[in-house]
Design a protein around this ligand. Structure first.
Ligand SMILES: C[S@@+](CC[C@H](N)C(=O)[O-])C[C@H]1O[C@@H](n2cnc3c(N)ncnc32)[C@H](O)[C@@H]1O
Length: 271
């Protein structure tokens, strides 16, 4: 790895100068700036990869109750919500950014068994509120925990637990890049003289940089006394082409399928 990667830093700092302070606003401005989605679009992670989608569907078919609705948490432009609606009786996509929800709804026009809603899934008790409306549900999450800080991850995990209830299954897929932030930028095609457009757009909006989400982070958010993992595996998360028009990128990732344990041991401190 060469020292030249450090020359990427000034470009990143200069691009981020005008980003809003608040993280929700950053996501919302990011989605407002998107002109095109899909394999050759502006959205870095919107890979539209049949192989990745098939892996998720195959795991869900194997491990979830397919008669339940499914909630796509952090749904973005709703590509994967639409895939889930093809397979489950009803799919709800939720996202912090109202502009993501507007785009998802536009891209899903005419599909009957799906809906979108703007929701912060790290807000306390939001899981209970949605569960009161939908009953037990399956949950799908791709690329959201890796942009949350530690405390937000804990609140989101508690909300997901409420959404699952007794019968639901959670499928979680996150990036787990092992190097530094600069190594990650290089992996995504950044050089001292060039940033691929989808990457430039994400940096300019100031959306949170992904951090590792692998076995250790998973165990911190989903402790074994409260959660029952059915599958954990290394995977790859697709990106749109970053180095040429036709060559989709990938980032190392982590995938888990799990259920909420129903008999959680009493907290000794509370007795
Ligand atoms: C990396 S994108 C992944 C989008 C989508 N899951 C996909 O794979 O195409 C992360 C998404 O999570 C949303 N998000 C971030 N924080 C959130 C929160 N607290 N509650 C709900 N959505 C959130 C962002 O607006 C963004 O659309």
């Amino acid at each position: 790895m060469s020292w030249r990667k450090f020359l990427i830093i000034p470009k990143v700092i200069s691009l981020q100068r005008r980003a809003p302070r608040e993280v929700g606003m950053r996501w919302n401005e990011y989605w407002a700036s998107v002109r095109q989605t899909g394999a050759h679009g502006d959205v870095l992670w919107d890979a539209d990869s049949p192989r990745e989608a098939q892996r998720y569907l195959s795991l869900l078919r194997q491990h979830s109750d397919m008669s339940l609705p499914i909630i796509d948490v952090g749904c973005g432009n709703g590509r994967l919500t639409r895939m889930l609606a093809d397979t489950f009786p009803f799919a709800l996509g939720v996202d912090l950014a109202p502009n993501a929800i507007t785009r998802a709804a536009e891209e899903s026009h005419g599909i009957g068994n799906l809906a979108f809603r703007s929701l912060d899934m790290t807000a306390p008790a939001v899981g209970q509120q949605l569960a009161a409306e939908l009953g037990d549900a399956n949950v799908f999450v791709r690329g959201v925990f890796h942009v949350l800080d530690r405390s937000a991850r804990q609140t989101m995990a508690a909300n997901l637990r409420d959404l699952l209830g007794v019968r639901g299954t959670l499928l979680l897929a996150e990036t787990d890049f092992p190097g530094s932030s600069l190594d990650y930028l290089e992996q995504l095609g950044a050089t001292p003289t060039h940033l691929p457009r989808p990457l430039e757009r994400a940096i300019a909006a100031g959306i949170p940089q992904p951090t590792r989400f692998g076995n250790a982070e998973f165990a911190g958010c989903f402790p074994a006394d409260q959660w029952q993992p059915l599958v954990t595996e290394a995977t790859v998360i697709g990106t749109v082409p970053m180095r040429g028009m036709d060559d989709p990128g990938t980032v190392p990732g982590f995938l888990a399928v799990l259920r909420a344990r129903q008999e959680v041991p009493d907290n000794p401190a509370s007795t």
